[in-house]
Write a protein of this length. Structure first.
Length: 152
C-alpha cells in the first residue's frame, strides 16, 4: 500500500480521542494538520519519534501545523503512552474497527498495524504531502515534515 497522494481528498473517517470524543475529517477543515501514523505505543522507535516531534511542536505550530499521532492502540494505551512520554501531541486511536482509517489512508501494514507514515492535510481537507518509511523500524526525521510543509 502507498499513502494517499498529494491532491487526494481526505476520506471520511472517525478516530477515538483520549477525551472520549471522536476526531473526524470535519476536524481538519480550515487548518494544516500532520497525521503521524506509528505502529505501536511504547515501542522504541515510536517513543523516539513522538518525543522528537514533540520537542519541535512550537516550530511546527509556527508554520501553522498541528500534529496528531495515530495508531491502532486503544485510547487507554495511547493516553498512558502520552503521559509516560510527557508529550503534548494528541493521540488518535484507529482501534475499532481496527485499522479502518489506516487502510483508508493507504498506510495499513499487512501485519495488522499502521505503517510508519506522515500525511500533511491542508485547510481544504486535501492531502498536500505524504511519506511512508521503507520499514516500520525507520524513524522519519522531523526535517521531512518541515520539507513537506514547505512544499504545501
Amino acid at each position: 500500500m502507498s499513502p494517499l497522494a498529494a491532491g487526494s481528498a481526505v476520506p471520511e473517517f472517525s478516530l477515538g480521542a483520549a477525551d472520549r470524543q471522536t476526531f473526524t475529517q470535519a476536524d481538519l477543515a480550515g487548518r494544516t494538520t500532520v497525521l503521524v501514523f506509528y505502529p505501536f505505543a511504547f515501542s522504541p522507535v515510536c517513543t523516539d519519534q513522538l518525543s522528537l516531534y514533540d520537542d519541535l511542536r512550537d516550530e511546527f505550530a509556527a508554520q501553522g501545523a498541528t500534529l496528531y499521532g495515530v495508531s491502532c492502540d486503544s485510547v487507554w494505551a495511547q493516553a498512558a503512552f502520552k503521559e509516560k512520554l510527557g508529550v503534548q501531541i494528541e493521540q488518535l486511536s484507529d482501534f475499532e474497527p481496527k485499522g479502518a482509517v489506516c487502510q483508508a489512508f493507504g498506510v495499513y501494514h499487512p501485519g495488522g498495524f499502521p505503517q510508519r507514515a506522515l500525511v500533511i492535510i491542508g485547510p481544504d481537507s486535501r492531502v498536500k504531502w505524504s511519506y511512508q518509511a521503507d520499514s516500520p523500524g525507520e524513524l522519519p526525521g522531523a526535517n521531512l515534515i518541515f520539507d513537506g510543509l514547505q512544499s504545501v
